[in-house]
Design a protein around this ligand. Structure first.
Ligand code: NAP
Ligand code: GLV
Length: 319
C-alpha cells in the first residue's frame, strides 16, 4: 500500500521507466510520480534526479531531500535554478565504484601495454614487438581527485604493482599513497605522474583545470615516453583544444577520454579520429538502478525515522 509519501522522478538521459520500476519495487509503500505532471504536489517528499529541467524542484512545498542517481552532482547545479534548501545525497556505492575502477585499470593497462600502438599495427598487418615495455612498478599513476572513486582505483592499481600518488582539495594521511593537496601541491604531484587519472568532480574551482598550463607542469618524459591523461571525471574539466595542442607538441603522449565538453561528442570533433585519443561515450561507470535504488530507499526510510542522511553534498564546495 502506498502511504509513505511520494517520490518525484526526473531523469534526463536515462530511461525513466527503468528507474520508476526499480523505485516501485524497492519502495512499494511510496508512490513514484514522473515530472513534470505533479511537480507541485505537496505529498512529494523526496526527489530522484539526473539533469532535471530548470525549475522542476522549485514548487515542492514538502521536499525533504534530493537524491542524485550519479556520483557527480554538477548536473543538479547546472540546471540554472536555485535548488530548494534541502539535503542533497549523491551515489557512493560499491557497484558504481567497482565499475569506475574497472575503467581506470583498463585504460592504465591499455597504455602500459601499448594498446593504441598494437591496434594500429594490427590494422596495418604489422608484426613488431616494441621491446621498450616498462614494468608496472616503473610507472607512477597520479590520481587527480583522491576521493571515493580515486581511493578505490588506487587500491586496485597498487595491487597490480603500480606506484600511486593522489591529489585532493584537503590534505590526507594515507599509508599506501603519497598525497598532495590544493593548488600548492599540484606541481609536485604532476612532476611525478607518468599517467594522470582524473576523477575530479566538476565545480567552479575545477572547471577547465585540464588545460595548457596543467599540461605544461606534467612530467616531460618517463617510462612511457610522454605523460598520459585519462579523464573520467567530467568533460567540463578539460579544454579540448589544449589537449589537441598538447598531443601535437608531444607534451601529452596519449589520452583516454570518457567525458567531453559537449556530450554526445559532436561528429566534427577532431578527437574522434586522432590516433592517440581513445574515446568512450561517458560509459566509465554507469548508474544501474537495481544496485543504486535500494540503498536510496533505505536512506529515505532511515531519514523518516529521524536518522541522518549519508553521502551528502557540500553545496559550498559544489560536490
Ligand atoms: P568524491 O568522493 O567527492 O571525490 C572527489 C575528489 O576530488 C576528492 O578527493 C576531493 O578532495 C577532490 N577535489 C574536489 N575539488 C577539488 C579541488 N578544487 N582541488 C583538488 N581536489 C579536489 O567524488 P567521487 O565519488 O570520487 O566522484 C568523482 C567524480 O567522478 C564525480 O563528481 C563525477 O564527476 C565523476 N564520475 C564520472 C563517472 C563516469 O561514468 N564518467 C561516473 C561516476 C562519477 P577532498 O578529498 O579534499 O574533498
Ligand atoms: C556519472 O557520470 C556519475 O556522476 O555518476
Amino acid at each position: 500500500m502506498a502511504d509513505k509519501g511520494k517520490i518525484l522522478l526526473s531523469v534526463t538521459g536515462f530511461d525513466p521507466g527503468i528507474w520508476k520500476d526499480a523505485l516501485e519495487k524497492a519502495a512499494p509503500d511510496r508512490t513514484v510520480v514522473l515530472e513534470p505532471a505533479e511537480a507541485s504536489d505537496p505529498e512529494i517528499d523526496y526527489a530522484v534526479v539526473w539533469k532535471q529541467p530548470p525549475g522542476v524542484l522549485d514548487g515542492l512545498p514538502n521536499l525533504k531531500a534530493i537524491f542524485s542517481i550519479g556520483a557527480g552532482v554538477d548536473h543538479l547545479f547546472a540546471a540554472g535554478n536555485d535548488l530548494p534548501d534541502v539535503p542533497i545525497v549523491r551515489v557512493v556505492a560499491e557497484d558504481l565504484t567497482d565499475r569506475m575502477s574497472e575503467y581506470s585499470v583498463w585504460q592504465v593497462l591499455d597504455h602500459l601495454r601499448k594498446g593504441p600502438l598494437y591496434r594500429d599495427q594490427q590494422a596495418r598487418r604489422v608484426w613488431h614487438e616494441d621491446l621498450m615495455q616498462p614494468a608496472a612498478s616503473e610507472v607512477t599513476i597520479g590520481i587527480l581527485g583522491y576521493g571515493n572513486l580515486g581511493r578505490d582505483a588506487a587500491k586496485k592499481l597498487i595491487m597490480l604493482g603500480f606506484k600511486v600518488i593522489g591529489w585532493s582539495r584537503t590534505e590526507k594521511q594515507d599509508e599506501a599513497v603519497e598525497t598532495f593537496a590544493g593548488e600548492d601541491g599540484l606541481a609536485g604531484f604532476l612532476a611525478q605522474s607518468d599517467i594522470v587519472v582524473c576523477l575530479l568532480p566538476l565545480t567552479p574551482a575545477t572547471r577547465g583545470i585540464l588545460s595548457a598550463s596543467f599540461f605544461a607542469k606534467m612530467k616531460p618524459r618517463g617510462p612511457l615516453g610522454a605523460p598520459i591523461l585519462i579523464n573520467a571525471g567530467r568533460g567540463g574539466l578539460q579544454v579540448e583544444a589544449d589537449i589537441l595542442a598538447a598531443l601535437e607538441e608531444k607534451r601529452l603522449g596519449a589520452v583516454s577520454l570518457d567525458v567531453f565538453q559537449t556530450e554526445p561528442l559532436p561528429p566534427e570533433s577532431p578527437l574522434w579520429t586522432h590516433p592517440r585519443v581513445t574515446i568512450t561515450p561517458h560509459a566509465a561507470a554507469t548508474s544501474m538502478p537495481h544496485a543504486l535504488v535500494p540503498p536510496m530507499v533505505d536512506q529515505m526510510d532511515a531519514h523518516d525515522r529521524g536518522e541522518k542522511l549519508k553521502n551528502l553534498v557540500d553545496r559550498e564546495a559544489g560536490y
